[in-house]
Design a protein around this ligand. Structure first.
Ligand code: B12
Ligand code: SF4
Length: 447
């Protein structure tokens, strides 16, 4: 693209969320909704094309049709680790078909690994904390001098990539999301066996440092919290009864959690909440749980990760098997579902798979999610394992594929056992949901 293409444009923006296969959930594209909200405030015509709402077939021709029909001259793509190749390939195709279009990539993968997108066909890569730089460049119609003054973006000047330093961490959003895509996509919205959820985010990054975790590196690795009243106002505005707080650790500062719950009750907000918490917080603070239940918390996602102290130490989790067990018990005693998240190590033995099932049974865990250990680029684990990775293609980086060769069995047997633990656990979730007892945390049987 020539420089003249990028300077001072009347923008018409199409935001695209690439589709990837997911049985666990299909939820609103909250990141892009924040961009759409910004466009709305700046009076820039903008639409979200969420590929999750559309079939797998004719994806490119559909994309082209939408661009043509809407007259869009700016395409923004949301990137995750598992969509990098798709995005770089689509950018190439789009540039061939619409040479005058500006293509920008942002999102979680771009935030840390922006270099992956510095290709001939992409014009701007966005990796800043927050959307201040985007606001400036959109307001200026992509004026090259204004771009040069920003933080956290890479763009081309005279055919060369200019890479700007990332800006400071943020502790809030500069605009409200435009939830049109959420309400429009509600029909297809789901979390496996749980129903439809809106998303909200009340903090950024995580103060801990688990070796496999990408989240803790986000927002320049600085944990910050949004203004509580702003979050509560947002909740009141969401016209939906179930909300998932996608904060990496919602339950961190005890006083804040208590204040949040009291305010929800005081304001009469009647919603069901789901959120992430660490096992040590739940184990140490059972007194918060009755209040959390009263405020509406019904699901707490806990990264239990492993069932041995050795593996937990290796992940730098700073918890233990005992803490995990205590956390599960505290949640179940307080009628809150513990959604146990496990990472299956490449070192897993047959006995480990068996012990995992025993742990789940002994602790009466019903809701479980298993991910295969994946050393995402940008994490400490990647530095440690980058020489051991196999078949590290982007579409395989979704936690359901082997990227490090199992050391204690063949890849075939490992995958078989990985699927088998789902066969052993998921039918019970389905039956219990069918019988309306999926949230009866004291129940142990199948019905
Ligand atoms: C909710 C969630 C999910 C949900 C899906 C949500 C949905 N909307 O459909 C589910 C559970 C399905 C999911 C699945 C996966 N997820 Co996920 N998920 C999240 C989580 C917790 C929150 C995402 C969110 O809503 N953020 C809030 C919004 C506001 O932030 P945002 O999307 O980052 O957008 C901001 C910026 O990035 C930027 N931006 C975003 N897009 C764009 C585009 C442009 C053009 C620009 C300029 C800017 C921009 O602007 C936004 C506002 O500031 C994040 C954790 C996190 N800390 O982000 C992980 C996270 C995004 N997931 C991640 C991953 C890898 C996955 C998986 C692909 C694999 C896995 N093992 O988890 C799977 C897919 C598995 C499968 N096959 O189903 C990683 C991404 C790492 C990476 N390098 O890409 C994260 C960071 C967590 C992690 N596991 O480490 N996920
Ligand atoms: S795994 Fe959870 S606790 Fe650990 S760093 Fe990531 S978000 Fe924080």
């Amino acid at each position: 693209m020539s420089q003249s293409d990028i300077g001072k444009k009347e923008l018409k923006v199409l935001l695209i969320r690439p589709k990837y296969s997911s049985l666990v959930a299909h939820l609103e594209p909250l990141g892009l909704e924040y961009l759409a909200g910004l466009a709305r405030d700046l009076e820039i015509p903008c639409e979200i094309h969420d590929e999750f709402d559309r079939p797998w077939t004719f994806r490119f021709s559909r994309m082209c049709r939408i661009i043509k029909k809407g007259g869009y001259n700016f395409v923004g793509l949301n990137a995750n680790a598992n969509t990098v190749d798709y995005i770089t390939q689509r950018a190439k195709q789009l540039k061939q078909k619409f040479p005058g279009i500006t293509i920008m990539v942002g999102g979680p993968e771009a935030e840390m690994n922006y270099r992956e997108f510095l290709t001939d066909d992409i014009d701007i890569v966005y990796y800043d904390n927050g959307l201040r730089s985007l606001k400036a460049i959109w307001s200026a119609g992509l004026d090259i001098d204004v771009m040069d003054e920003q933080t956290g973006i890479a763009f081309k000047k005279n055919g060369e990539w200019i890479v700007k330093e990332k800006g400071d961490p943020v502790c809030g959003f500069i605009n409200k999301p435009d939830r049109t895509a959420f309400y429009r996509g509600l029909k297809k919205n789901y979390i496996f066996m749980k129903g439809k959820y809106a998303l909200s985010k009340a903090s950024f990054s995580c103060p801990f440092n688990c070796s496999f975790c990408y989240c803790t590196k986000m927002n320049s690795g600085v944990y910050t919290e949004r203004d509580m009243n702003e979050v509560l106002d947002e909740l009141e505005e969401i016209k939906h009864d179930k909300v998932w707080f996608v904060d990496d650790t919602f339950f961190f500062h005890k006083e804040r959690v208590i204040e949040f719950c009291n305010e929800v009750i005081k304001r009469g907000i009647k919603k069901e909440f789901m959120a992430y918490a660490r096992a040590d917080f739940i184990a140490e603070n059972p007194d918060v749980l009755p209040l959390a239940y009263e405020a509406g918390f019904r699901d707490i996602l806990v990264g239990l990760e492993a069932i041995t102290d050795e593996l937990l130490d290796e992940y730098n989790k700073q918890t233990s098997k005992e803490i995990n067990e205590k956390a599960i018990k505290n949640l179940l005693d307080n009628n809150i579902v513990c959604d146990g998240l496990f990472v299956i190590s490449y070192t897993a033995t047959r006995k480990d798979f068996k012990n995992l099932m025993k742990f789940i049974k002994d602790n009466n865990l019903l809701w479980v999610v298993f991910g295969i250990f994946t050393p995402y680029k940008g994490t400490d684990s990647y530095d440690e394992y980058k020489d051991m990775v196999v078949n590290f293609k982007s579409w395989r980086l979704d936690g359901t594929h082997i990227t490090i060769k199992p050391t204690n069995m063949s890849s075939f047997e490992y995958m078989f056992r990985y699927y088998w633990i789902h066969v052993l656990t998921y039918p019970k979730i389905m039956v219990r949901t069918l019988f309306g007892t999926g949230y009866d945390t004291k129940r142990t049987g199948w019905f």
